[in-house]
Design a protein around this ligand. Sequence first.
Ligand code: CTP
Length: 416
Amino acid sequence: MNTIMRDITSGPTPLLENKRILLIVAGGIAAVKVPDLIRRLRERGASVRCILTKGGENFVTPLTLASLSGEKCYQDLFSLTDEAEMGHIRLSREADIILVAPATADIMAKMTAGLADDLATTALLATDKPVMIAPSMNVMMWTHPATQANLQILQTRDVRIVGPGAGDLACGEVGDGRMAEVPEIIAALARFFAKAQNRGPLSGFKALVTSGPTHEPIDPVRYIANRSSGKQGHAIATALNEMGAAVTLVSGPTQEPDPDGVEIIHVETAAQMLKACQSALPADIAVCAAAVADWSVEEAAQKIKKGSNAPALKLASNPDILATLSKPGKTRPALVIGFAAETENLIENAKLKRAKKNADWIVANDVSARTGTFGGDSNTVHLITAEGVENWPTLKKRAVAERLAERIAKFVERHL
Ligand code: CTP
């Protein structure tokens, strides 16, 4: 499946630092996301040089792209000054990767056919560098046999594809065709560079991590929650990313900052968390560290007024995300890891949870108040696998995460 890299010693060097990205902006409404993309790429140390097509100009101005990228925005194939200073050949060769975002059906068709009728398509034809596209178009255009055939040809030429996702489209229709979100594009680029640099034993693998509590609304102003801080789940996402995995972190409300280089989806409720997890599949590895509320409340449309009697809350069971992800099937990650938060009979209950939820491993921890686990910086865990129970010493949550990521890397080396 994936090639396994054995460079466990590689440090957390930011994957996009000093990378030169030639960004081709074609004419789709998703071009409005490009300023944010440029800003975030530069925040990560990448340099961005833009080519704006005629179509792209309808959605974003060359001035915006130039000021955000800090470089001239190139538009014209036959500009004498540009050709003298920076021809299309140099433009396309002086990049580490060419990213086409948004990639319209038109530019995909031109790439497939090898047309070169403007600066963007000429640079794409003249390049010897890797190319990634983020398609964006109407669902009918995306599913049209012509576009799908073009996509297949581009894939056989090793063009990397990120997205598109499903959702509301600008044209008012719903379906596939929506350009990948900015963090997703950044994660795809990071994954590409990690792989290219043979960085980390998890390079080329995708991990899904849940973290934090969920909030279940009672009425528009109140909710039920738990004491989970998200520290352990966020640390696991970071550790997996530093070992080269492309990570999607689905997080409930926490005070933790978004980990760098990780695609993050913020959610509130268990139902939203499940949906976000399912949208992040397929993944090779899933780690469910979130303290998901077991129940949701039948939500009142208006704030419940304080009457003489306390109101009774009507609870309904929430979906079990770990058990859902673990169900045998095509999209089941190869390694599914759950947590067991217990206040008594830790190992026994954790073993039962492993079996009941069909998880491969369970990280069991005692969350009694006296342990300070919930909200604290340290954790004492026991790793429960089919082979038995490993008792780990008390470690900082960050160290627990690193040790778990190393165990995951070993699993990947042996089994994937
Ligand atoms: N979990 C989940 N979805 C839920 C509840 C739990 O994905 N609705 C996951 C947690 O992320 C964790 C594991 O299941 O990986 C065990 O969670 P825990 O809170 O320890 O157990 P519960 O299943 O909630 O059972 P109980 O509260 O009875 O101990």
